[in-house]
Design a binder for this molecule. Structure first.
Ligand code: ADP
Ligand code: ZN
Length: 686
């Protein structure tokens, strides 16, 4: 006689905040495990769900509700292995996101489509110029490790053998050969039967990188990024789930793949902002990697030439082990950095100083390549004083004010403080405040005028409509078919162009004006990364930085390539203002198609938060509520957006406080007119 069994199921494709109970029919019980995908009825429709737990205790159901049976199980093995299931619980909890929808994101299959159902496709010759699979059986070329690389490996390797969480920061200057260290670690893990994941920023997986990894790992490698087709994605996922592929190279969401015997996770360029997903489940893949490594018990390596302030802070507190690669491969010199003070160049609209123009001419004349970089991240309008270079700032936050044209106001997107546009600069008193900004398109036009013979490739979001175009453009540059590469952040990091000897930063100041307390951090990282593209081959590199703020601390640090010095000062200032990493932030975004509803929804939510906060503090917790204020894009896709911030000093405080707030929100019918999005550890405070 078999006991009656019941299963707790998270239904997929439904924004339910709770799991449901079903009975387990006889004959199904044996194969069913937590993580199994099952077909169930939800109301009158059929749905897929994930079994969370199975037991014989009779679940308590609301009066009048009869328990329904699970219809059948979809796969032969649980779709979600147990370590990943645990991670999904954490994701749902930490990011306040319905569990069923977490599963929707983790499993790339349609509701009742079994794993491995996608037909095998003949390997088509790519029009990713070449098929990375072609060279699979080539012998890997064995590089002799440098002393630094060998020392780094020696330090990390023992930890791949002990089943314990061990976070490392691999702090290696640009061109120090981090990739080789990653590959050796992954190979060693594979030799011991373990799986591994290497995360790289989305645009970092160049065709070149994929080829290198294919050569090294052949068929054991699974590649995972947004540009692979749906069919490929499903096949790849099935191969990863079955254990056929245990080495995964991928972008952000690769951290959610069901790698078997996972023991090693590497996050390259861990500071990169593209690790943060900006919609749906707003996770940061670096933080998820840490949690996953904690769950599986293994090392996690966060590599960067410019680790995030958060990571630097934790390394300083000995929460992470620090391993350094302080020099470039083969003792190639770091590039020389020169600054051009654009205040002396006359004319705000001038794009090229005499020095940069001359250097571009010299570089292409001797058959080398130049990279010209313009950071357009600060594209929202801001006001800058033409006399002293001051950008208008909030009185109580170290963030730049954003100009709102509709009502002619300057606003702080962090605390909501606002003011009218002043007639004169509050610092120097001159009536010289002007809106600023030009983009790559205008620069391209100018370049074509200045260097009509040069072969120019422009890479930005406007010109690179697809990943294929981007990959092709970068390959063109790498193979010497272009003289000048002009681009935005897309060209700034990760790429290895051996013939690139000149890097020109057209306007280093653009990022300084971003309405975000992290503006300085992001800018230094960007400048150091872009400078790091110069002189990676045999010829030494030269970097020319054009700026109106040569004495600004952030710019100065970048010019000296002094990331440590920057971090020290930045941490002091963050501590003073109690910004992360000295506090925790969470953004509550209130949106509605109706402007009034969004505004009143945000006000109501702020009031509710403040009321809750009072009680919370009495109970011993620490919390601050900031806002509401309009989001930096106050209207997107016809939705009006207002936001507020919750600040706490510990993670559990954030968890408890926001949990309580969201429960209140669910009970309050007025919030039905708006949508509320929770963004924990938001990447931007604007
Ligand atoms: P990083 O990621 O640290 O900026 P890369 O991993 O791209 O640097 O390495 C820079 C260059 O050095 C690459 O072209 C790589 O092939 C080369 N390289 C790495 N390790 C070695 C080595 N031990 N000997 C010779 N060249 C190396
Ligand atoms: Zn402010």
């Amino acid at each position: 006689m078999r006991e009656d069994l019941f299963a707790e199921v998270a239904v997929m494709g439904a924004a339910l905040n709770k799991s449901l109970h079903y009975s387990v029919p006889e004959g199904l019980g044996a194969g069913l495990l937590p993580g199994s995908r099952v077909r169930v009825e939800l109301g009158k429709r059929l749905a897929a769900g994930i079994v969370l737990s199975i037991g014989s205790a009779i679940p308590e159901l609301p009066r009048g509700v009869n328990i329904r049976p699970i219809l059948d199980s979809i796969d032969k093995v649980p779709a979600i292995p147990s370590d990943l299931l645990q991670l999904c619980f954490w994701l749902s909890n930490y990011y306040f996101y319905p569990l069923g929808e977490v599963f929707d994101l983790v499993i790339p299959l349609r509701a009742s489509e079994p794993i491995g159902a996608a037909p095998k496709r003949r390997r088509a010759k790519a029009a990713v110029g070449h098929d990375p699979g072609e060279k699979e059986d080539q012998k890997p070329e064995e590089l002799e490790l440098t002393a630094d690389q060998a020392a780094a490996l020696e330090e990390i390797l023992p930890f791949t053998k002990t089943p314990a969480f061990a976070p490392f920061v691999l702090y290696g200057v640009t061109g120090s050969g981090k990739t080789e260290v990653y590959m050796r670690l992954m190979e060693k893990a594979a030799q011991s039967g373990y799986g591994s994941i290497l995360l790289v920023p989305e645009i970092g997986i160049s065709a070149q990188m994929e080829t290198i990894f294919r050569k090294r790992f052949g068929d054991r490698l699974g590649v995972w990024h947004s540009a692979i087709s749906e069919g490929e994605r499903k096949r790849s996922w099935a191969d990863i789930r079955s254990g056929a592929k245990k080495i995964v190279l991928g972008a952000r969401s690769a951290v959610l793949t069901p790698v078997q015997d996972l023991r090693l996770i590497i996050v390259d360029e861990e500071h990169d902002t593209s690790y943060k997903q900006d919609d749906h489940l707003r996770y940061n893949a670096r933080d998820v990697a840490l949690m996953r490594a904690k769950i599986v018990g293994g090392p996690v390596i966060m590599g960067s030439a410019t680790p995030s302030i958060q990571t630097v802070h934790r390394a300083a507190k000995n929460l992470y082990r620090l391993v350094s690669l302080p020099a470039r491969i083969l003792n190639r010199p770091m590039p020389s950095v020169e600054v051009v003070d654009m205040r002396r160049e006359g004319g705000r609209r001038k794009m090229f100083s005499f020095r940069l123009r001359e250097a571009i001419g010299e570089t292409i004349a001797c058959g080398q390549q130049a990279l010209l970089f313009l950071n357009r991240r600060g594209y929202s309008k801001y006001y800058l004083c033409n006399t002293c270079g001051h950008a208008l700032q909030c009185e109580s936050c170290s963030v730049t004010l954003t100009y709102h044209k509709e009502d002619d106001r300057l606003r702080c997107h962090f605390c909501g403080w606002e003011r009218q546009l002043p007639d004169r600069c509050p610092v120097c008193g001159h009536a010289a405040l002007f809106p600023r900004g030009f983009g790559t398109e205008k620069v391209e036009k100018e370049l074509r005028k200045l260097f009509p013979q040069a072969r120019l490739v422009r890479v930005d979001r406007d010109t690179m409509s697809s990943r294929r175009r981007l990959v092709n453009a970068l390959d063109e540059v790498r193979s010497g078919k272009a003289d000048i590469l002009l681009g935005t952040q897309m060209v700034s990091k990760g790429h290895d162009f051996p013939n690139m000897t000149l890097v020109g930063v057209i306007n280093a100041d653009a990022g300084l004006q971003a309405a975000d307390f992290r503006a300085g951090e992001t800018l230094v990282q960007l400048l150091i990364q872009v400078a790091g593209r110069a002189g990676r081959g045999e010829e030494p590199g030269r970097v020319i930085v054009q700026t109106f703020n040569p004495d600004h601390f952030t710019i100065e640090s970048a010019l000296r390539l002094d990331y440590d010095g920057f971090c020290q000062e930045e941490l002091k200032s963050r501590e003073g203002l109690q910004y992360p990493p000295f506090s925790r932030l969470l953004k509550l975004l209130v949106t509605s198609g109706d402007e009034g509803a969004a505004v009143s929804g945000a006000r109501l939510l702020a009031a509710l938060c403040r009321e809750r906060a009072e009680g919370f503090r009495k109970g011993g917790g620490s919390v601050a509520v900031l806002g509401p204020s309009p989001a930096s894009f106050v209207k997107l896709k016809n939705r009006f957006r207002w936001q507020l911030f919750v600040k706490t000093w510990t993670s559990p405080d954030m968890q408890d406080f926001v949990q309580a707030v969201l429960e209140d929100v669910r009970k309050e019918p007025s919030f039905r007119a708006v949508q509320i999005t929770v963004d924990r550890d938001p990447s931007s405070e604007a």
